[in-house]
Design a protein around this ligand. Structure first.
Ligand SMILES: [Zn+2]
Length: 413
């Protein structure tokens, strides 16, 4: 394939996926009625419902703006061959191809993020602020940014360096070795994310002794479920939105509750939320999802190994050199892969939604049906969730079923 054909395909994919996303958002925006639907009575009143619609409209319009601007900028970058030119310029200083690749990708990542700061700023301090979610201060915003850049450069840099070194010295077989590295890395992150990375951004304290702690321990004993720790995280320092999750594998499992969740829910509801997470564990959802993602990484790496040495692909991004630039091809490949990842996304979202129903059912049976239903209602109202999303939008983006569907399913149990 010639480089200009590659470039045309990449731009077509970019434009089509943008169009698909905007179409889905348009459908979604028009889907909810202005009047409060009867099935939402008791969850939202008309005023809260209006507010959730306003929030939804504001975030959708804003995402239309950001994705349009980034599409235009990105197409200009591609058409002018800017990426290849920057790479050619870097080659004057760094002769080792793998090292040049690492520097190039880290610099591109940071430049890209700097360009989006005005948008992130507006989202946090205007939209989230207007709807009463935002608790982030400008100082915290920039501290998060710097920490995020440092961490991504460090972890991403090491992984990219490993990948490009393998590519440079092993040739096409690199993918098998890098697959092993990525598998080890995924397992490591699943085990130690809460211990190593999360504390850099949040404070985690053990849950105080008391009624809630006792109820959680009792439930864990009842279900013969070993947890190492129950932690409360200061989510309220960034946002009023609430959440809870499990982390770790085997005997290292920890439950993390946002302080915003602990403050708004009663004991019965929090135990139900925890029971839901236990359900994911008992039903083996977590190892299954993990295995699927590891297989997926293997397939992606294999496909990558067929394209990463293509000189024409590098030239499509503006390279003027006679040899392939694997780091440029990495970017090109990720763009070419968009349609496949969209298809995979449809499937994994569907499976994940199915698992959510199963976990809700588990929590309803082993903890409390009313607790689970009330917890979902409170989460939805607190986060101003869109209660009536369009089915196509759900298929595209939702890894959790819409709250109304979950409530209906719980009712039927
Ligand atoms: Zn879940």
């Amino acid at each position: 394939m010639t480089s200009s054909l590659f470039l045309s395909i990449i731009i077509t994919i970019l434009v089509l996926s943008y169009a698909l996303e905007q179409f889905a958002q348009y459908l979604n925006l028009r889907y909810h009625p202005e009047e409060l639907p009867t099935e939402l009575e008791g969850i939202y009143d008309q005023e809260e419902y209006d507010k959730s619609n306003d929030y939804h409209r504001a975030t959708t319009n804003f995402s239309f703006l950001t994705s349009s601007v980034s599409l235009i900028i990105f197409i200009l970058v591609l058409l002018t061959g800017l990426l290849g030119r920057v790479d050619g310029w870097l080659a004057n200083f760094i002769t080792q191809p793998w090292l040049r690749g690492v520097v190039f990708l880290i610099v591109m990542f940071i430049i890209n993020d700097i360009l989006t700061i005005p948008f992130q700023w507006f989202k946090t301090f205007t939209i989230e602020e207007r709807f009463g979610f935002n608790k982030t201060t400008p100082k915290l915003f920039f501290a998060d940014k710097l920490k995020g850049w440092a961490l991504t450069s460090l972890i991403g840099g090491v992984l990219i360096a490993a990948l490009l070194l393998l590519v440079q010295f092993l040739g096409q077989n690199f993918w098998l070795y890098f697959w092993a590295i990525m598998t080890a890395f995924s397992l490591f992150m699943a085990m130690f994310f809460t211990d190593l990375l999360l504390p850099l951004f949040n404070k985690l304290n053990p849950l105080d002794e008391g009624e809630l702690k006792t109820a959680i321990t009792d439930y864990a004993i009842q279900e013969d479920f070993e947890i190492k720790n129950t932690l409360v995280m200061d989510g309220s320092k960034r946002s009023t939105k609430a959440n809870a999750f499990f982390s770790g594998l085997g005997k290292q499992k920890k439950i993390v509750l946002y302080d915003t969740l602990v403050d708004t829910m009663d004991t019965e509801e929090i135990v139900a939320v925890m029971a839901h997470e236990v359900g994911h564990n008992k039903k083996r959802h977590i190892p299954l999802m993990m295995t699927m993602s590891i297989v997926q990484i293997g397939v992606i790496l294999f496909l990558l190994s067929r394209m990463i040495f293509s000189v024409e692909l590098s030239q499509a991004l503006g390279s003027t050199q006679a040899v392939a630039a694997p780091h440029l091809n990495l970017i090109a490949f990720s763009l070419l892969f968009t349609p496949i990842s969209l298809a995979i996304g449809f499937f994994t979202n569907w499976l994940s939604r199915k698992f959510e129903f199963e976990a809700d059912a588990f929590a309803s049976h082993t903890a409390s049906k009313a607790g689970m239903a009330n917890a979902l209602k409170k989460l939805a109202t607190k986060n101003l969730s869109n209660m009536v999303p369009h089915p196509f939008y759900v298929a595209l983006h939702y890894d959790h079923p819409p709250v109304m569907e979950r409530l209906k399913a719980i009712e039927k149990l």
